[in-house]
Design a protein. Structure first.
Length: 416
C-alpha cells in the first residue's frame, strides 16, 4: 500500500459564530472554503489540473452551506474545472473523515493529489436553524417513530449527554472548570508565542480589506472564579419536549436510575464559531515529481461507533483502535488532540487512557478556541502537525466525538 503524505495544512482564524457580531459572519460559507483552497494552492505552487479530488466536510448542509461546498468553493477559488469535489457529513467528526478519505484514496493508488478539509459557518446555521445548531443534530433524531428502535437507541442533546457522562463518572463541576481554564491559558500562550502562525491565513472581504487575521473567540481574562459563577446551560434544555419526549427521558430510558446533574456551561463547553481548514494529501510519487517536501505521513486511521444515547464516549475506543492499527502504544504519542466539545469529553479521555495532561491539547482546545463543527477535525490535524514540528515530537493522534455516538481518529508521523 502506498504512503499518504501531508504536504501542508492551512486554516482561517475562528470568528465568533453569532449573526452580525462575528468578524466572519457576514461572509458566505463558500468564501471561507475558497480562502483556504486558494492558500493551499498558492503556498505550494499546485497546478490544479493535477488535483484528483477535493473532499470537504460540512455538517449543516442546507441553504448557503448546501450544494456540494467542496466543488463550488474550488471553482470559486479558480481551480481548474477538472479538479472534482465532494462534500460529506459525519457531524462533528467530518473534518477528520475528509482527511481519512483523502488518505485512503491516495494509499489505494487510485489518486495522487487530494485536498481535504471542511467549513462551518455557525453564525449562519444559528440563524438558519437555531434549534438544530444548538442540539448538534436534527430534532428528528430524537425519535424515528419506531418505538422498538427508539427504545434500543434513543438519542439526546449533546450538552445533556455531557452532563450525564459527568454524573456517571463522578467528575465534578470544579474539575470540568479547571480543564476549561487550562484550555484558555494554553490557547493564550500559543497565540502570544505565534504557535498557530504557520497554518493561519487571513480572511479578506470582497473589497480586499481584512475581515479577520486572528483568533476572535478566546477569553484570556478567564478566571476560576468567573467560570464558577456561570449557570449551567442544559438543565432547561434537558426537559424541552420534542415529539412527545424530552432529552432527559431519552437518557433515562436507557439509564433509569441516573440522576443527571448539570455541570456544563458556556465556559466549559466548545465555543460557537465560524471557520475553515484545508490539507494537501499526496502520494510519494506526486511529491517527488512536483518537488514537494512532505511534513508528515498518515500512519493509520479508524472509525468507531458507540452508544448513541450518551453520544460522546466513542473517542476512547476510537483512539485504542487507531493505536492498534498503527502498532503504537499511548506512550508513543507525543501530541494528543481531543476535541473539547464539552470539558467532560477531554477529561474522561485523559482519565480512561491514563494520559500525561501535558501532552493533551497542548495549545488549548475548543473551550477556548471554538468548534466550527465540520471544520474542526481538519483544524486539529494541522494543529497537531504544527506542534510536532515545534516540539520535535514524532507521533500525533487526533480524535473527536460526533453525534450519533461516533468518533473518527487519525495518527500522523512528523517527517524531517
Amino acid at each position: 500500500m502506498a504512503e499518504a503524505y501531508i504536504i501542508d495544512a492551512v486554516r482561517t482564524p475562528r470568528g465568533i459564530g453569532k449573526p452580525g457580531k462575528g468578524a466572519l459572519s457576514h461572509l458566505h460559507p463558500q468564501h471561507l472554503a475558497m480562502t483556504v483552497l486558494k492558500a493551499i494552492r498558492d503556498r505550494n505552487g499546485i497546478d490544479t489540473t493535477t488535483v484528483d479530488d477535493i473532499i470537504w466536510s460540512c455538517s449543516s448542509q442546507n441553504g448557503k452551506q448546501g450544494g456540494d461546498l467542496g466543488r463550488m468553493a474550488a471553482l470559486a477559488a479558480g481551480y481548474d474545472i477538472t479538479a472534482s469535489g465532494t462534500t460529506l457529513d459525519r457531524f462533528c467528526g467530518g473534518g477528520i473523515t475528509s482527511v481519512n478519505l483523502a488518505a485512503a484514496s491516495v494509499m489505494s493508488g487510485m489518486e495522487d493529489c487530494v485536498i481535504a478539509g471542511g467549513t462551518e459557518m455557525m453564525s449562519y446555521t444559528a440563524a438558519y436553524a437555531a434549534e438544530q445548531a444548538n442540539a448538534g443534530l436534527p430534532p428528528r433524531l430524537m425519535g424515528s417513530g419506531n418505538e422498538a428502535l427508539d427504545a434500543l437507541h434513543p438519542q439526546s442533546h449533546q450538552g445533556v449527554c455531557g452532563d450525564a457522562i459527568a454524573s456517571i463518572e463522578g467528575i465534578t463541576r470544579e474539575e470540568l472548570d479547571a480543564l476549561a481554564l487550562v484550555s484558555q491559558e494554553r490557547a493564550d500562550r500559543a497565540i502570544r508565542e505565534g504557535r498557530f502562525d504557520r497554518s493561519l491565513v487571513t480572511v479578506y472581504n470582497e473589497d480586499g480589506s481584512v475581515a479577520l487575521d486572528h483568533e476572535e473567540f478566546p477569553r484570556p481574562e478567564t478566571t476560576a472564579e468567573g467560570l464558577a459563577a456561570l449557570k449551567p446551560s442544559f438543565a432547561g434544555i434537558a426537559d424541552f419536549e420534542i415529539g412527545g419526549t424530552t432529552f432527559r427521558k431519552q437518557i433515562n430510558r436507557r439509564y433509569p436510575d441516573l440522576e443527571i446533574r448539570h455541570f456544563h456551561h458556556a465556559g466549559n463547553s466548545s465555543g460557537v464559531v465560524d471557520g475553515a481548514a484545508a490539507l494537501l494529501i499526496v502520494s510519494p510519487a506526486y511529491a517527488e515529481k512536483h518537488g514537494l517536501k512532505p511534513r508528515a505521513r498518515i500512519v493509520a486511521y479508524a472509525n468507531q461507533g458507540d452508544d448513541p444515547t450518551l453520544m460522546l464516549n466513542a473517542p476512547v475506543p476510537a483512539a485504542k483502535k487507531v493505536l492498534e492499527k498503527a502498532g503504537l502504544k499511548t506512550d508513543d504519542i507525543d501530541v494528543w488532540e481531543i476535541n473539547e466539545a464539552f470539558a467532560v469529553v477531554a477529561e474522561k479521555f485523559i482519565r480512561d487512557l491514563e494520559l500525561d495532561r501535558d501532552k493533551v491539547n497542548i495549545n488549548g482546545g475548543a473551550c477556548a478556541l471554538g468548534h466550527p463543527i465540520g471544520a474542526t477535525g481538519s483544524i486539529l490535524i494541522g494543529t497537531a502537525l504544527d506542534e510536532l514540528e515545534r516540539s520535535g515530537g514524532r507521533y500525533g493522534l487526533v480524535t473527536m466525538c460526533a453525534a450519533g455516538g461516533m468518533a473518527p481518529a487519525i495518527v500522523i508521523e512528523r517527517l524531517d
